[in-house]
Every structure is written in C-alpha cells, then in structure tokens.
Design a protein around this ligand. Structure first.
Ligand code: SF4
Length: 693
C-alpha cells in the first residue's frame, strides 16, 4: 500500500520462528504487519542485516480467517461455541479444580510452550507447581533436544551450546550432523557457508544428502540410528594415533582411560557394516578435526531423536573434549535449538518435571525450600512425568487432565494414533493457542492466545542470548497474552497474582535463578542481548562457556564411556526400510503458522516421501505416485519423490502436515532411558504403491 513507514508503529523485536534468534524492526499499522526491516546491525548480534523468508514474510497467520478471537467451550451437543472469558475461565478453573480435589494435583499435567516468552514459561511452571500442585510439566524439548541437555549436562555441566553464533565464523573446521541447516536454521547456514568460502573445512554426516552437504569438504552418508558408532570411531582413530590434545585432556578432563578403552570396539569393519561409512572417511574426518586449531561440533535432531540420544550426545561431547575444542574462540559444541524460545522458555525457565528455573533440581531440599518460600506452597520432591510419559501415564489414569499451551501434541507426539486416543479420553483438556489446531479438536475449552508481535517479553536463542520481544500491535480480537490468561486463572483458583508487566515477572525470575541473576528486561533492552550465565548486575554475561572450568563438582569435563547400541526397531523382512523424519525450509513444525501463509505454501504445499531410485524401480513407483507407508503403529499415504538424496535402504517424510501425519508411523514406547526422547529418526516401514481404498 501507500502507507509510509514513518507513520507506522515500529518495534525492534526478535523473530518468533526459529531459535537462531534474528532481530529486526517490525512495522505495523495496528491491523497487520507490513514490513520486517533490518535493525541497526549492532542490535542484531546473530543475523546482522540478514533474515530468512519466515522472519521476513511469515505474518499472514496473525490475521488468518481461522485465528481464534474468542474462547470456545463445548456445549451440550459436544460442539464448540464461543464464550466470554469469564465463562471459559470459570469452566477451566472448575474442570482442573475438580480433578485436583478428587485425585490430587499429580493427576494433572501441563505442556508449556517454547513459542511463548520466558516470562510466560516461568509462570507456567509456577502455575503447575503452586496452583495445580503437580510437577508434571514439560514441553516440546522432550521431543527434540532433551537428550542434548542431558548428555551435555552430564559431561560438561550445562545443557546448552558452549559457544556463540560468531564462533561459526571463527572455526577452521565445522562438523555438522543430523542438521538440515539451510532449511531449518537458514541464517546460521549462511554464516557457515561464508566461513567455508573463506577456507574452513565442513564435514557433514547425514542420512540425506541435504543442501548444506553441497558445500562440504566431506559428506558421509550414514544409516540412521548408529551415530555413537561413527563418532566413537573418529575418537578411536584420534586416540590410537595420538592426535588428541594431551594437555587439555590431562588438565581439564576425567575419564580419559575409560573412554580410550571403550572406543576400541568401534573397529573399521563394525563401523562400515552398520553405519555404511567407509573407513577412509572416518580417517579423513578424524584427521581434519585433529589438524584444526578450532573446531565447532554442531547438531540437531538427527543426533538426538533416538532411543540412545543421550549417548550419541555424550560421544560427541567426548570427541570435542579430547581434541581440546572447548572454551576458546571458534571451538565448542552447538546443538541448534528448533523453536524460537526452546532454550529459554523450554529449558531455562524450568517448565520441566525435574527442574526449577535455571536447571535447579527439584529434589534438592535447599532449592525446593527456596521456591516453596517464594511461591508460598508445598512442592513434592518427586519428579513429574515427561511429556512422552504423560501420554503413557494417561493410559493408567495417572494423568486425567491436561493443560496444553501452544503445542500441537496431536501431531507432534510419537505414535499419534495413541496420542489421539489419550486426548479423547482425558477427563478434562484445555488448549491455549492461536488456532483450533488438531489438539484443540479434543479440548473441553480452548483459550485464544496471542502471538509474539502482540506482546512484550524476552526469548532466549540457541546461543543463550536473552533478547527483547516487543509488542507492535494489539492482541487480535479477544485474544490475550499467555501471562495474562495464567494470572487470571491462578486468581480464580485461589491465588493472588498481580503482575502488571512481564518486566515485573522477569524481576522475579532474576531473584530466583542464579544463571539469570543479572538479567532484567531493562538491561536486555539497553544492551541488545545478554548471554547467560550472567550472575549479577555487574557480570558481563558469558559469550563462551568453559573458558576456565566446567560446570561440574571438580570443574573438569567428565568424559563418559559410550558402548555400542542399536535403534530400538530394526528393519526386517516385513518392514524393510528405515524411515527418518525432518523439516523443510518453507514450513515450520506442525504448520500451525506457516500453513496460513499463502506465499509460503506455494513452495512446499503438501507432503511427500523421498524414495531412492532403486526402491522406486523395485516397487514400480514413480515421482508423484501415491505410496502407502506402513509401520507397526499405523499407515499414511503420500506422494513419492524419487531421489538419491536418501540412501537405498531409507525413506524420508517431513513432519509438517496433518493429512498424512508422519507420527502415525513413529514409536511412542521406546524412549531414551535418560531423557525420554522418542526415536523419531528411526522407524521400520514398508512402502507399497497405493491403489486407492
Ligand atoms: Fe527467523 Fe530463524 Fe529465519 Fe532468523 S533464520 S529469520 S530466526 S526463522
């Protein structure tokens, strides 16, 4: 239109899509977002002046026709009807309150939202523990990086990236695995490619020959499910040839002899047999890493979404430590987080069954006493259920009611046929979201929340930087920010909350959370961003973890021996292919936001399955043909895309589409024993041409 930018509302804010955490100015006329423009470069520590299509254009969803603008309640006939906030919140307070009264608060669970702000996630944790009386609160991190958090916490102390985004440009060598970086973290991929153009080595290990592999110095195609095997094999080659950093190992680690022994079983024939990687590629990767002065190890869900995800991460952590690649510029580990605020809202703020904010253990008496005192309530020292376990516990009636905020569990849980049955059977379900998503179909009450352009708070990105999110338009219709909804509900359920702003909530977080001890909204706004740990007002924040010591009792990295393991489900005669799942650039998660973007939908409008040409010939399948994909848990029908991007024994389906929900095929039962992460990346399936019916 002819609206001049200077007449518009403008806010310098942080992207609400992925956890790279790009910053830009958003312009709005109060009705819609009209433009996203680069902010001052020094105010955008991660992206400078770049953004990707989602950050730049992904705002149609705000005014989408099906955006929820009033609460919905189920009427006598079982249909939804619009209701006032008062009626809807009264119903929620009664529905949750009744279960609490009859079965105790532990029969309730909350799924918090990594899309919401830090302040809101803090309140979700407080609400679960103080108001409902349950520790069963968790979030989407369980389905993705919880094994990263567990594996890194065990070896180094913090379950987070040790480095900053800038370090990707300072590295001589970058190893990437299980990360479709160009599609899932576009701006980060741009920075990696830039460094490769300047001469850095890039090693890519992935089952699919994804786009970033085109830039790689070495691409190795791996069979999914054996990551600890090839990582340990690299470590073995390094140790057996004395290519490790002796001084670092000596001074800064424990457990070296144990891992040196444990990697010996990963001999070239074992590795070639199960991973499909020729020994020569293990050797060249090992030598490239060892020769580099500064190496970054980056990964996403290809490493973590396994029944052995935590072990995979520990194997990687061992490799980084024995090569001395920690605590210095251009060297470290970086799990790229997915959702915009999964690091902060999904982790740091403690909407977790075992941790208070700042990863403070709820089983620790002193820490629990601090929160009982601050929140004026009693808190059980027993850990609650992880998300994946909540759905299993509901089968036993140990969970009877759920409050699901900004999470589309009916598509995102593993084995969604089971998840749907659980949602259907709950005594009470309240869903808080922007839309009536697939999960809300099962709700008793749906509460309309608002998006990140309609509220103020903070997000913490993948490199631990806390950044401001600023309101640039009023909440659409009758929608409300999550924190206001929670406050209203808490007060209806017998508490007295009276936060007047999210800045005030952040002050409470600061007072209770040592790693956020110097972080206030005022400071974040002034400085552009602050990286935790930031212990007090005078502390500058932490660009790189572990420069002097690890966050362990003795200050050393605790190397962890990781033995041989296999995926929980192996291909066999009946289900001969290994299915992996993943993301595409033009979509985001279960599509709640991106499916409402016309401009975006024209690129990847529907689902597909990638099938190797050999498989296609053997089964008489051509590109575009419909294919029936069957696992032990369900089946879906999707059009084929014949490509050698996947190996001959593998197939790939993206996660974004409801019509052919790939999680009908995945397995809800075999979880990582430490982190309860499901094995999304390996399911045994059969593919057959679809003949209708
Ligand atoms: Fe937003 Fe991520 Fe794209 Fe940056 S890379 S604009 S944070 S979606």
């Amino acid at each position: 239109g002819d609206k001049r930018l200077k007449d518009l509302n403008v806010a310098d804010t942080t992207c609400g899509y992925c956890a790279v955490g790009c910053r830009f100015d958003l312009y709005s006329d109060g009705e819609e977002i009209l433009a996203a423009r680069p902010t001052e470069e020094e105010d955008a520590p991660v992206n400078g002046i770049s953004t990707c299509v989602k950050g730049k254009f992904g705002y149609d969803f705000i005014n989408s026709d099906d955006r929820l603008t009033a609460p919905l309640v189920r009427d006598e006939t079982g249909e939804f009807r619009e209701a006032t906030w008062d009626e809807a919140l009264t119903r929620v307070a009664e529905g949750l309150g009744q279960i609490k009264e009859q079965h105790g608060g532990e029969a309730l669970s909350v799924i918090a939202s990594s899309k919401a702000t830090n302040e809101e996630n803090y309140l979700m944790g407080k609400f679960a523990r103080q108001v409902l009386g349950t520790n069963s609160i968790d979030n989407c991190n369980r389905l993705c990086h919880s094994s990263t958090v567990a594996g890194l916490a065990k070896t180094y102390g913090y379950g987070a990236a040790s480095i900053s985004t800038d370090d990707f440009e300072l590295a001589d060598c970058i190893l990437l695995t299980g990360s479709n970086t160009t599609e899932a973290h576009p701006v980060l991929a741009t920075r990696i490619k830039q460094n490769v153009r300047d001469g850095a080595d890039l090693l890519v290990f992935d089952p699919r020959e994804i786009q970033i592999a085109e830039y790689a110095t070495q691409y190795s195609q791996i069979n999914p499910g054996y990551d600890a095997v090839w990582i340990n094999a690299i470590t073995r080659h390094i140790l057996n040839n004395d290519l490790h950093d002796e001084e670092f190992v000596e001074e800064r680690t424990t457990g070296f002899e144990e891992i040196k022994e444990s990697v010996q079983e990963f001999t070239p024939d074992v590795v070639e047999d199960v991973t499909g990687i020729p020994h020569a590629e293990i050797v060249s990767a090992a030598e490239t890493i060892a020769e580099a002065d500064r190496c970054v190890f980056g990964w996403t869900l290809g490493l973590t979404e396994h029944s052995h995800g935590t072990e995979n991460v520990m194997a990687m952590a061992n490799l980084a430590a024995v090569t001395g690649n920690l605590g210095k510029p251009g060297a470290g580990v970086s799990p790229f987080r997915g959702q915009n605020n999964v690091q902060g809202g999904g982790g740091d703020m403690g909407p977790l069954p075992d941790n208070f904010p700042g990863y403070q253990d709820i089983a620790d008496d002193e820490i629990r006493a601090k929160f009982e005192d601050a929140w004026d309530c009693e808190i059980s020292p027993e850990y609650g259920y992880y998300t994946t376990q909540m759905f299993l516990a509901a089968d036993e009636d140990d969970i009877r009611g759920m409050y699901i905020i900004g999470e589309n569990s009916a598509l995102s849980e593993p084995g969604v046929n089971h998840a749907e049955a659980v949602l259907e059977d709950l005594e009470f379900l309240v869903v808080q979201d922007l839309f009536v998503n697939e999960t809300a179909q099962y709700a008793d009450v749906v509460l309309p929340a608002c998006s990140f352009v309609e509220k103020t708070g903070t997000f913490t990105n993948t490199d631990r930087t806390v950044q401001m999110v600023k309101q640039v338009m009023e909440p659409k219709g009758g929608s409300r920010p999550d924190w206001k909804i929670l406050q209203d509900l808490a007060n209806r359920m017998g508490r007295e909350w009276d936060y007047s702003s999210t800045a005030e909530i952040m002050r409470e977080v600061k007072s209770l959370t040592p790693i956020y001890g110097g972080i206030s909204q005022e400071r974040v706004d002034r400085e552009g961003g602050v990286q935790w740990p930031c212990w007090d007002d005078d502390h500058p924040g932490t660009v790189r973890l572990y420069e002097d010591e690890f966050n362990t009792d003795d200050g050393k990295a605790h190397l962890q021996a990781v033995g041989y393991s296999e995926p929980a489900e192996l291909p066999d005669e009946e289900y001969p292919f290994t299915l992996t799942t993943g993301r595409v650039l033009y979509q985001y998660h279960t599509g709640t936001m991106t499916h409402r973007e016309e401009g975006i939908m024209q690129y990847t409008p529907s689902d597909f399955i990638e099938i190797h040409p050999e498989t296609a010939v053997n089964h008489g399948i051509e590109s575009g043909d419909l294919v029936r994909v069957t696992s032990r848990r369900g089946e879906v029908v999707v059009p084929a895309q014949v490509t050698d991007r996947v190996g001959p024994k593998n197939v790939f389906i993206p996660i974004h589409f409801a019509e052919s929900a790939v999680n009908r095929l995945t397995d809800e039962e075999h979880l990582d024993p430490t982190a309860a992460t499901p094995e999304f990346k390996v399911s045994a399936v059969r593919v057959t041409p679809y003949e209708g019916g």
